[in-house]
Design a protein around this ligand. Structure first.
Ligand code: NDP
Length: 248
């Protein structure tokens, strides 16, 4: 399997959902994981227990990715203490679903602030250590809806499409520094976010998945671990779709 021994990996939105599994799998591959989240630390403790059970190491960093100053300070302190910052997974994301006529300025601004602003400023805070080390990995958690669109998700789909533009831009800006930047595009993944959908919406979604099943957070984590590995060093500016064939 792909190894990440001695690397330091920061995962935003790492306490639950896909992020929690990302933390466990990155740690299982050998990285020391720092999980950034707005949730109360006890929720993060459950993730830490999973990491320990997998024989890995991780810590919690309670912080809001929209607080650019706090993120800058926290990443700086982290780098000073640990001496490296190799991997950043911009996974924190929110969805405030509304049809266009109901999209409020607050919902739009909040969605863009977390999903896009968070990724921009976390990347900004991580890029110096990576550039200095002439190696690094940034992975942005996009979504299938960035490329297909989805009724009722104007703000969310726009934010995820923006992440793909950000990915390609940063890939070009930092390729000469040895930093690769890629996006992962999950389809319909079994988490709290999707469990809340009504049964008929879930069935409709399932019919659009050629592989005939909902994805699991582990499916996404496997793609992320690969993109973080040395074996993926010639891959940059790409969207790796993990969607069971929902969009090709
Ligand atoms: P969850 O809502 O389960 O987890 C997201 C995590 O990010 C939560 O812990 C959340 O905390 C945290 N978070 C939210 N806002 C902030 C913030 N401002 N600063 C720091 N952390 C924050 O989502 P999923 O695990 O389902 O999704 C993870 C990523 O994958 C998201 O970017 C999502 O858009 C994307 N994705 C998910 C799909 C799916 O089917 N589940 C499909 C395609 C993409 P809190 O609970 O307090 O909000």
């Amino acid at each position: 399997m792909f190894r990440l021994d001695d690397k330091v990996a920061v995962v935003t939105g790492g306490y639950r959902g896909i992020g929690r599994v990302l933390c466990v799998e990155l740690a299982r591959a050998g990285a020391h994981v720092v999980a950034v989240d707005v949730l109360e630390p006890p929720i993060g403790e459950q993730m830490l227990a999973d990491v320990r059970a997998a024989g890995g190491s991780a810590e919690l960093l309670p912080c809001d990715v929209t607080d650019h100053e706090a993120i800058g300070d926290a990443f700086h302190a982290l780098y000073k203490r640990l001496g490296r910052l190799d991997i950043l997974i911009n996974n924190a994301g929110i969805a405030r679903d509304q049809v266009l006529l109901r999209v409020s300025p607050e919902d739009l601004h909040k969605t863009l602030a977390v999903n896009v602003g968070g990724a921009v400023f976390c990347s900004k805070a991580a890029i110096r250590p990576m550039s200095r080390a002439k190696t690094g990995r940034i992975i942005n958690m996009a979504s299938v809806v960035a490329e297909t669109g989805n009724p009722g998700q104007a703000a969310y789909a726009a934010s995820k499409a923006a992440l793909i533009g950000l990915t390609k831009t940063l890939a070009r800006e930092y390729a000469s520094r040895g930093v690769t930047v890629n996006a992962v595009g999950p389809g319909f993944i079994d988490t709290d976010m999707t469990r809340m959908l009504p049964e008929d919406a879930k069935q409709l979604m399932l019919q659009q998945i050629p592989l005939g099943r909902v994805g699991q957070p582990h499916d996404v984590a496997a793609a992320v671990v690969f993109l973080c590995s040395d074996e993926a060093s010639y891959i940059t500016g790409q969207v790796l779709r993990v969607n069971g064939g929902m969009y090709m």
